[in-house]
Design a binder for this molecule. Sequence first.
Ligand SMILES: Nc1nc2c(ncn2[C@@H]2O[C@H](COP(=O)(O)OP(=O)(O)O)[C@@H](O)[C@H]2O)c(=O)[nH]1
Ligand SMILES: [Mg+2]
Length: 204
Amino acid sequence: MSRCDFKIVLLGSEHVGKTSLILRYVNCRFNASAPYQTTIGAAFCSKTVHSNGKDFNVGIWDTAGSERYEAMTTMYYRGAHAAIICYDPGNNDSWMRLRYWLQELKKVEEDCKIYLCGTKKDLLDSGAVQRVVGEDIIQTYGQGLNGHFETSSKTGENVEELFQKIVDDCAADVKLMRDVEEHRLRLLKRETTTKSFGRDYCYC
Ligand SMILES: Nc1nc2c(ncn2[C@@H]2O[C@H](COP(=O)(O)OP(=O)(O)O)[C@@H](O)[C@H]2O)c(=O)[nH]1
Ligand SMILES: [Mg+2]
């Protein structure tokens, strides 16, 4: 049984910056000179986050993005409480992929909170890359979703804000919090049972 209170999954096409976003959030690090590494299948990490007077163990799933791993990715967003769908505002293909993931999520995980994330903001701000995904279309797609952020994993801009908003939204969700409490209780009971079983039946 998982010890995570909230499950967050990152979706979006390859190279859009998903792994960098997680590394920036979890390790406060960005390494532009590191050679690009495709995430194979998916990767997991966790972080303790404070919200509404409590600590939560947040599990973050990084997915591959490549269409080769599409069928596998579905496994990773099953049961997700929140999804960050990333796109690069300077790359229209990444926006088309975002639309695909949006449809999939709405079909498969109705209760999942969805956040759109435009990545690599530093490149837009410096003029190194031109914005090709119109802000009006993003706004249209963002309607009815839980939030839209533009982040830079290089400078760290809006990264903390994005994840904190997700955890705050989850912590404010009464139904979800009831599930979290029940889940914690089940875990506690199981641990207690295992411990007492060990004491009563251990012959060593
Ligand atoms: N300048 C800049 N480059 C970024 C940013 N995020 C990611 N990158 C670069 O974009 C490339 C792909 O990033 P990565 O996180 O591996 O993408 P993923 O395939 O979606 O996991 C890497 O070369 C990163 O260094 C960002 O915020 N700013
Ligand atoms: Mg990756």
